[in-house]
Design a protein around this ligand. Sequence first.
Ligand code: M6P
Ligand code: ZN
Length: 192
Amino acid sequence: MLHNSILEPSQSLNKENWYLQGEGIIHSEKRIKNLKGIFDNDDAFNKLDPEMLVYNVQAHLPVKEGTPGGLFFGTTTIQPGKVGNEYFMTHGHFHANGDRGEYYWGVQGEGMLILMDVNRMTWAERMFPGSLHYINSNIAHRVANTGTSPLIFGACWVSDAGHDYEEIEQHGFSSRLIEQNKKPCLIDSKSK
Ligand code: M6P
Ligand code: ZN
């Protein structure tokens, strides 16, 4: 880099869909076939097209995963939809390094950030364009789209947080976000 040089940023956000664009952006997607066991109603799940897109993530990971002190940035888009009466949602995770936090913020659409502590107490925060959510250490987090258009949210997390998916794969969250009387509602999960 030249002293006193003025540069264009190497990454930017597309203002239409807030996708990340530029150098070194990683794209991933989760389709129905990738989310087996996440939703409660297996019959409803098996009736959906396995190729149906549920959510996609673009991330900028400027340092190697596990590096202390770095930051990662992501944009996630969850499609509107339900499996039975349960809203389309992300897989959800604890951080592998449990004491690392994360910010989420709402960009477009309506949703719910579902949070669960290590004692399996679950609660949720409403997400909307401009909502800001600090996810404290040792709190599992997942997001559901409760609206009729794509839900877009941003995320920023430390590069040595890591993802621990195992607990959620084995035991799920202790509550599920379902539509009841046309409204999102948290109800206790059947034990897995
Ligand atoms: C956010 C961040 C990512 C996460 C993604 C999808 O962008 O928290 O770290 O991977 O959401 O969530 P999940 O990995 O639980 O499917
Ligand atoms: Zn996280």
